[in-house]
Design a protein around this ligand. Structure first.
Ligand code: ADP
Ligand code: MG
Length: 698
């Protein structure tokens, strides 16, 4: 068995027969380092050259293979296209056609097109003047009959590598198969492969690179490609599951549920939990009772009631005498998190503490002391809480808000401090299922898939600049009825290069014009924390009618009386972000409106995106669309770096295969032999080591 780096197919391409230093560099520039990389460099299409057509009979617009003699050839300057070109007229007795090159190596073409040469050419036949032409055809110089039969067949056509001819590529790949073909080895165990009814890895590769005519069958061809994708997705999923296992092996806390705080929190809720919330809470509680440490992701649309579940779970930890931490990615979000849980805990007679980054040493000291001595049971802050000078007495439970990873390394840091809390990651950004399988594949996942009853409908409308007054009118109807509104802007200040409306400027503009009889408040990221809190509180109290703000309100604000979300320059926001914003309204007993104002000049993509907002309120559907339009990397923004690269597989288009790989990996890993696991562990570290590590660093 070949293990890790010793496998011969990991030999550098430069070692192959016929690959000199020049070619090796060209390949490496394309990311092809090893023989294995070469195997995975797949043709984009195939060309059927079995039939040689008579020049006189080929209709224009068709690709064809022709065989004929060069009757004339010349290099000249074309005034029309203002560049040098080489033409050659090919004749086979039934007719003639002009071959044309605009980019060429002069010496090479001069020799190739010498009068009398017999050429086998393939390309698209086009009309030109009275005759026909073929531009940049594939050409072979035919010396005898044997040459022709060798060139005829179904040829793989590879993605272009600058400076490398298709023929050279084919030759190199053939050499790779001759020398190393017998070392191709799948990471999918034989039994699993059999149960999947897929071709073997070797068959797939051989058929893709050295095809016979059956490759022209699309179903068969796709089958081979999918087999290669399954290979890498399977390997990746096993790696993730292994990582998840590693976390579970760490000894954690075995909490007892059903304590007094937990019970009175639930009893005090003014509403019954939804079935989805109950199920999720069961899943979390069962994890907490177990002696291994929990590493669970709680996913659910904005406002579906995740925080309630989180607080209920935190009570279990508090009941057992442990401390609880709520972690948010930014200071602002930490403040909002603090506001939203504060009331719940206060009702239970507990006092959560917000640990700000920017407080004086004098204010900070007593808090740190309280946390260290365990007198402060609930702390809210950023991730810095876990790393800096903060010492917990007995942290037992951490809730991590939004998109941020809690990795093995961090857990190690905590364990070194004598702590190994259960961890619940909460995300309100719906992540497409397939992407979740990639990015969060090592976590257990709970999903709240329904909304609490009585949620109000939110009507969404897109306006262009001309429709602005209409949008304002719709907003005003609500204000007149006593409701409140958010007006969101993409930036705080007008930067010189941008024509964006700045929140600050707009706030004073609105005050002077359309909305002069309403009370307008301003909230943006550059304000001091106390100022922000003050503004937010007065908006909550109803002392402000319109809150003009930047996206700082994105997460965590809960104002039941707010029924208007007006977004300026909506085209600049991501779909998921717009969905988050929209989730800030419709939280009370009133139907609500989401008004999206977009610049007049929009790209088709921008238009399509905004139309989706009008069509659906389903966060998961929006996320899928977003991913399709923007690609997974963009969608995740900061997490982009954490998305692994696959050689052939595409997590957007091949989501079904990812799901299949996941299921295969889960079924197999339970009683997989250790040697196999080690082999896969080594290989996945080699391929995605950086990505797998990145997960672990925040
Ligand atoms: P999330 O954290 O998922 O955005 P929250 O837990 O903050 O959602 O809940 C959003 C709002 O819905 C809060 O006002 C909360 O009190 C309310 N809520 C939560 N669960 C229910 C429920 N089962 N029935 C009615 N209202 C609920
Ligand atoms: Mg919340």
């Amino acid at each position: 068995m070949e293990i890790g780096n010793s496998s011969p197919i990991l030999t550098s391409v430069g070692m192959l027969n016929g690959v000199g230093p020049k070619i090796a560099v060209l390949l490496q520039q394309r990311g092809i380092q090893t023989v294995e990389d070469l195997f995975y460099f797949c043709p984009t299409r195939y060309e059927d050259r079995r039939v040689i057509r008579a020049i006189g009979t080929v209709p224009e617009g068709e690709r064809a293979t022709l065989l004929g003699k060069v009757v004339t050839s010349k290099e000249h300057y074309s005034r029309a296209s203002r560049r040098r070109l080489r033409t050659a007229v090919l004749d086979d007795g039934t007719g003639n056609i002009t071959l044309k090159w605009f980019r060429f190596v002069r010496q090479y073409l001069r020799t190739l097109c010498r009068k009398g040469n017999l050429l086998l050419v393939t390309g698209e036949v086009r009309r030109f003047g009275d005759g026909f032409e073929m531009v940049h055809p594939d050409v072979f110089l035919v010396e005898d009959e044997h040459d022709v039969s060798e060139r005829q067949g179904v040829l793989p056509i590879y993605p272009t590598i600058e400076g490398l001819k298709q023929g050279t590529l084919r030759r190199i790949i053939k050499a790779a198969f001759d020398e190393h073909g017998n070392h191709i080895q799948s990471f999918i165990p034989a039994a699993v492969e059999k149960s999947q009814a897929v071709p073997s890895l070797n068959d797939a590769l051989v058929n893709l690179h050295t095809p016979d005519e059956s490759i022209l069958n699309e179903g068969l061809r796709e089958g081979y490609r999918k087999r290669l994708i399954l290979e890498e997705f399977f390997l990746f999923q096993v790696a993730l599951l292994l990582k998840g296992r590693q976390i579970k092996q760490d000894r954690g806390i075995s909490f007892k549920s059903g304590g007094p705080l937990h019970s009175s929190f639930k009893a005090g809720l003014p509403f019954p939990l939804t079935p989805a919330q109950k199920r999720v809470l069961e899943e979390i509680m069962s994890d907490m009772e177990k002696p291994e440490s929990m590493n669970r992701l709680l996913q659910g649309d904005v406002g579906c009631g995740k925080t309630v579940c989180g607080v209920a779970a935190a009570c279990i930890a508090l009941d057992s005498g442990y401390q609880v931490a709520f972690l948010a990615p930014t200071e602002i979000l930490a403040e909002q998190q603090y506001l939203s849980i504060h009331r719940s805990f206060e009702a239970l007679g507990m006092q959560p503490v917000l640990l700000r980054g920017a407080v004086s040493r004098r204010d900070r000291e007593p808090l740190l002391k309280g946390i260290k001595e365990g007198r402060i049971p609930i702390v809210v802050g950023t991730h810095a809480l876990l790393q800096e000078d903060v010492k917990f007495k007995n942290l037992g439970f951490a809730i991590i808000d939004e998109q941020h990873r809690f990795g093995v390394l961090q857990r190690k840091t905590l364990m070194e401090k004598g702590l190994n809390p259960d961890v619940l990651v909460m995300t309100a950004t719906p992540i497409p299922r397939t992407l979740a399988m990639v990015v969060f594949g090592d976590l257990d996942v709970s999903v709240i898939d329904g909304m609490p009853e009585g949620r109000q409908k939110i009507v969404t409308k897109v306006f262009n600049e001309a429709g602005r007054e209409k949008a304002y009118k719709l907003a005003e109807e609500e204000l007149r009825a006593g409701r409140q509104a958010f007006f969101v802007y993409p930036l705080v200040d007008e930067s010189d290069s941008s024509e964006l409306l700045a929140a600050t400027k707009m706030a004073s503009h609105l005050k002077k014009t359309t909305f002069s009889q309403y009370r307008i408040g301003l909230l943006h990221g550059r304000m001091k924390a106390e100022e922000k809190e003050e503004i937010m509180l007065s908006f909550r109290r109803g002392d402000i009618d319109i809150l003009v703000c930047t996206t700082v309100i994105e997460v965590g604000i809960d104002i039941p009386n707010a029924t208007v979300m007006l977004v300026e320059h909506a085209e600049r926001f991501g779909l998921s972000q717009l969905h988050q914003l929209r989730g800030r309204v419709g939280r009370g007993p009133y139907p609500s409106k989401c008004l999206l104002i977009a610049a007049a000049k929009q790209t088709t993509t921008a238009k399509r995106r905004l139309r989706i907002m009008e069509q659906t309120q389903d966060g998961f559907r929006i996320a899928e669309e977003d991913m399709e339009i923007r690609g997974p990397g963009d969608m995740l923004g900061v997490r982009q770096a954490g998305i692994p690269r696959f050689r052939i597989g595409d997590i957007v288009r091949n989501g079904d295969i990812m799901g299949r790989a996941r299921a295969m990996a889960e079924a197999w890993i339970c009683d997989a032999p250790a040697t196999e696991l080690i082999r896969i562990g080594e290989e996945s570290t080699r391929r995605w080591g950086a990505n797998l590590e990145l997960y672990e660093v925040l």
